[in-house]
Design a protein around this ligand. Sequence first.
Ligand code: NAD
Length: 274
Amino acid sequence: MSVIDPSVVHGTTRLSLAGKTALVTGSASGLGRRIAEVFAEAGAAVVIADLRLAEAQACADAIACQGARSLALAMDVTDEAAVEAGFARVRGQPGALDILVSNAGIQIVAPIQDFGFAEWKKPLAVHLDGGFLTARAAVRQMMASGRGGSIIVMGAVHSKHSSRLKAPYVAAKHGLEGLAKVIAKEGAPHNIRSNVICPGFVRTPLVEKQIPQQAQEPGISESDVIENVMLEDTVDGRFTTVDDVAQAALTFAAWPSNALTGQSLVVSHGWFMQ
Ligand code: NAD
């Protein structure tokens, strides 16, 4: 009779976040929510930080029901005072902050000639200002604790590649790669690692909204958007899943050394190849 070792999954040792605390922004929904759930399953205490407190609380409650420690926070990542107040609440909890996933994001699509200046600034604020403000707060806590930690920035294939109609999103996602590389260099003496995940299209609310928007162009149906715009250049015509991205986040979160820092990992069914 064969005995299955529960610490071994798919031939690799299960990654553990036991005793760690992770804060995930934009985790009331989509990728952030799944990352928080997977981190909790791996043993972490998780902080669900999102603009939408009721949805964040529901997520934290569901995680708590599974036996993990969780806390919901209302946090607008573009607001310096709100970010500082949120991180101060985490500091007041037992255990130091070990992991940040800077994931909150929005998308606005329009041709460049029609992009209003105010609309241009919104994705830059959420992705770049939010990435900076949350990473700065996390770095300060990780330095103060002396434990170091892992900062994971949610990029996109659009950190490396461009698509029509997405000028501020593509610009912001490219910028986040630079931010993560600087943190990797400055954080290294403090055992702080910093990496970027670059997903392809994942069917979250952010993407579901884009499908009818892009199908407004004359002669393009919603299935054309999916097959010929979103998935055309993948190797198998498939969407990336929230689980694919959460497993990549778990790897970065659990990696114990600076061997894996300043890197970006594309998770996109081969849409973009480095
Ligand atoms: P989503 O819309 O499901 O979730 C985004 C979450 O961010 C929401 O809960 C929302 O309330 C929150 N949020 C938005 N603005 C915020 C703010 N100012 N402060 C705090 N929270 C805020 O979207 P998603 O697809 O899960 O996207 C998560 C991240 O993944 C984003 O950074 C996105 O750019 C990135 N991404 C998504 C895809 C995809 O195909 N879905 C692909 C590549 C990268």
